[in-house]
Design a protein around this ligand. Structure first.
Ligand SMILES: [Zn+2]
Length: 247
């Protein structure tokens, strides 16, 4: 059990298995990480990391970009990993109509399986929704999914309000200062269902996004939302615990 005073910042979406262990040891002091995976192999590594680092909260899954090189068997492997999990999370899963429209049908099949699994285990969904925001929202509400994070949300503002009112979370990426649309999302999002994330390690517009950028992002987010930095940090911390309930 992690006490409320142990961590300051939340990284609600990071591919932590790609970090060096040294970085994770450092992050562990200041951050709590929701670590997503990209396929069956990285899911195993993420689960292992969560055993070695108490700050790592593991999510297992197949990224929509990887469906063409993943199998039904891989989905089964991932489902088996959730069976023993006390705090099940599926991620990174979802749909992407922009970067990989050619695999969209297969993405939908995989996502449908992950939704069944999420229902069965009451798992959190850590989701990728690029250019498929409405469809993802429709699918998860129809399936009565209880807990979900729309990671690095850049969809319509009106839909974001619906997402948050339904009780799902929006996570704001550290790139908000570099991306006008995302800054607008951050400005309009309700603090009640908000998280912060890095998606690290990931290169965006020539900048390597990583977990240690979260404090700077909190500072900027506090500024544009007109709230105190400490208040915001604590609010996001509380939001995280409301979402995960147990860790
Ligand atoms: Zn990601």
């Amino acid at each position: 059990m992690i006490s409320a005073a142990s961590f300051k910042y939340i990284d609600a979406h990071t591919h932590a298995y790609e970090y060096e262990e040294k970085s994770l040891s450092n992050y562990e002091k200041e951050f709590l990480l929701i670590a997503v995976s990209d396929d069956a192999e990285s899911s195993k590594r993420t689960v292992k990391l969560s055993e070695d680092f108490k700050a790592v909260y593991p999510c297992v899954g197949i990224h929509p970009w990887n469906v063409s090189r993943s199998s039904r068997e891989d989905i089964k492997t991932i489902e088996n990993m959730l069976e023993n999990s006390e705090s099940p999370c599926l991620g990174e899963v979802g749909l992407d109509a922009r970067m990989h429209p050619e695999t969209f049908e297969r993405q939908k099949e995989f996502f449908a399986s992950f939704l069944d699994i999420a229902r069965e285990y009451d798992a959190i969904l850590n989701i990728h929704t690029l250019d498929a925001w409405e469809l993802v929202y429709e699918l998860i509400t129809k399936k009565e999914i209880n807990r979900a994070i729309f990671h690095w949300y850049n969809g319509p503002i009106e839909l974001m309000q619906k997402i948050q009112e339904t009780g799902y979370y929006i996570s704001i990426n550290v790139a908000l200062k570099m991306q006008k649309k995302h800054e607008e999302v951050a400005r309009k999002a309700d603090l009640k269902k908000l998280l912060t994330e890095s998606d690290g390690p990931y290169i965006y517009k020539g900048t390597l996004l990583k977990t240690e950028m979260i404090p700077e992002a909190i500072k900027y987010l506090a500024e544009i939302k007109g709230v105190g930095e400490n208040y915001l940090r604590e609010k996001i911390y509380e939001n995280f615990f409301d979402l995960v309930k147990k860790i």
